[in-house]
Ligand binder design. Structure first.
Ligand SMILES: Cc1ncc(COP(=O)(O)O)c(C=O)c1O
Length: 484
């Protein structure tokens, strides 16, 4: 019904409904463990339950919240369940949710420093904190020639790294005239699929992506990289970008960054490091070896929205030379001109990524870091790694199973010795049961199960139960290969 405020929700109603929503979320976290982890919705089922057309007249809030429960929840795969062991985590925390809510409340669009100085300056500051927190070299901090920015995903920030590298390699000519088909990028055969998309979007072409051989640990072989670069140079091509993965998606392999970096230095090639999930481990000094050689990199990214208790989206992207990135991406139309930009004294983050507009994502990251403190974050990361190592030891001790790759951190790749069909059956049965959710990869052309441990609420009892359910389904899917 129309009132003095038109059709808007009043502040008083917002207060009341806001409390209800926060209660709903808190209740959700208390019960999420009991919900089937993988949604059982059939294709089209959720849409079919929704009205054909939008309502002509506004509806009461109660009805909306009830429909979330009734219509939406069945179509949710519960990423925040402690029994979610699929893909890589996309974990979360209450301080993060509250920070995000404040960001929504402020409704800031932070494309320019001038459009909300706090949005830019808090981001710059928190990203500088993180340089120290995960032991990145000082050159990535904004105090020198570098700096960090929050992007939506590792795919986007890695694309930006490739674009800046392309411009550096072509002396900013390809931005004007396009590419000539001679530029070549390199990554291991295990690199995440973002590189294919990025090469397409950046005009490099998929045929110019070299997938370098890996060793028995699925990490890039520097000798194979050097040989490929040499072959390409002899063929008149222009190697310009190497991506080293610190924690591949498939098996969490850690590429030898130092050896790769030395080749890049020698060859004048941009080195980007994709540490999307595993970068968070470097909060703990004992895992910081994953960053050995990172000072040789030109750019680096990791996703607090994977393992650092910060809700999606939040990727932290760093460059050693921000001028190269800004020169690559900056376009200044008249309507964005302003005194602060012209003074040269501020960052305008619109020049650091693809979109113009941007949310105030630094708030949630700031809340997470302040709530947990470095020690709190370390505690939980260590706990996840311990749980994964515990799980790996059970696999190692069981005659029916084997580890399929080293498990340096919180991902365990394993398989039943009965072959692909058995592993597929185990996974399907587990996922259909709703008790837990795990996904697979192929390593050495064999189907491999991945146990990825990083959900905020995952404890020993969840991992113990997962292992016992895995063994149960293995017993139902395959004859035992001997006693454990
Ligand atoms: C190593 C690695 N790089 C990149 C990505 C892509 O992440 P995003 O969704 O942030 O683009 C992933 C996703 O799991 C990943 O594991």
């Amino acid at each position: 019904m129309e009132s003095d405020t038109g059709f808007h929700m009043t502040p008083d109603e917002f207060r009341q409904r806001g409390r209800e929503v926060v209660d709903w979320i808190a209740d959700y976290y208390e019960r999420v463990e009991s919900l089937p982890v993988l949604s059982r919705a059939k294709p089209g089922e959720i849409r079919a339950s929704l009205p054909e057309s939008a309502p002509q007249d506004g509806e009461p809030f109660d009805a909306m919240l009830q429909d979330v429960e009734k219509l939406i929840l069945p179509g949710i795969t519960h990423w925040q369940s402690p029994n979610f062991f699929a893909y890589f985590p996309s974990n979360n925390s209450f301080p993060s949710i509250l920070g995000d809510l404040l960001s929504s409340g402020l409704g800031v669009q932070g494309m320019l420093w001038a459009t909300s100085p706090a949005c830019t300056e808090l981001e710059t500051h928190v990203l500088d904190w993180l340089v120290e927190m995960v032991g990145l070299p000082e050159k990535f901090s904004s105090r020198g020639a570098g700096g960090g920015v929050i992007q939506d995903t590792a795919s986007s920030s890695s694309l930006c790294a490739m674009l800046a590298a392309r411009e550096r390699a072509t002396n900013y000519v390809s931005n004007e005239r396009g590419c000539d088909g001679r530029l070549v990028v390199y990554a291991s055969s295990q690199v995440h699929s973002w590189i294919q998309k990025a090469a397409t979007i950046a005009g490099i072409g998929r045929a110019n992506v070299r997938h370098v051989d890996v060793d028995e640990r699925f990490a890039m072989r520097p000798d194979a990289l050097a040989a490929q670069i040499e072959r390409d140079r002899k063929a008149g091509l222009v190697p310009f970008f190497v991506c080293a993965s610190v924690g591949t998606t498939s098996s969490n392999a850690i590429d030898p960054v130092r050896a790769i970096g030395e080749i890049c230095r020698e060859q004048g090639i941009w080195l980007h490091i994709d540490a999307a999930m595993s970068g968070t481990a470097a909060l703990c000094p004992e895992f910081r070896w994953i960053h050995d050689g990172v000072e040789l990199a030109d750019s680096y990214c990791f996703n607090p929205h994977k393992w650092m208790f910060t809700n999606f989206d939040c990727d932290c992207f760093y460059v050693a030379d921000r001028a190269a990135l800004i020169k690559t991406l900056s376009v200044l139309p008249e309507y964005l001109r302003n005194k602060a930009t012209e003074s040269g004294a501020v960052f305008d983050y619109r020049d650091w990524h693809i979109p113009l507009g941007r949310r105030f994502r630094a708030l949630k990251l700031w809340f997470v870091i302040r709530h947990y403190g470095v020690n709190g974050l370390r505690h939980h990361v260590r706990r996840h790694v311990e749980l994964a190592q515990q799980f790996a030891s059970w696999v190692r001790e069981d005659k029916n199973f084997e580890l399929a790759a080293p498990a340096p951190l919180n991902l365990v790749c394993f398989r039943h010795r009965g072959g692909d069909a058995v592993n597929q059956a185990i996974m399907d049965r587990l996922n259909q049961s709703g008790d837990l959710y795990l996904t697979h990869t192929r390593l050495n052309d064999r189907l491999t199960l991945r146990m990825s441990i990083g959900q905020t609420q995952t404890e020993l009892r969840h991992v113990e139960r997962a292992w016992s359910r895995i063994k149960e389904e293995a017993a139902a899917s395959a004859p035992s290969l001997g006693s454990a």
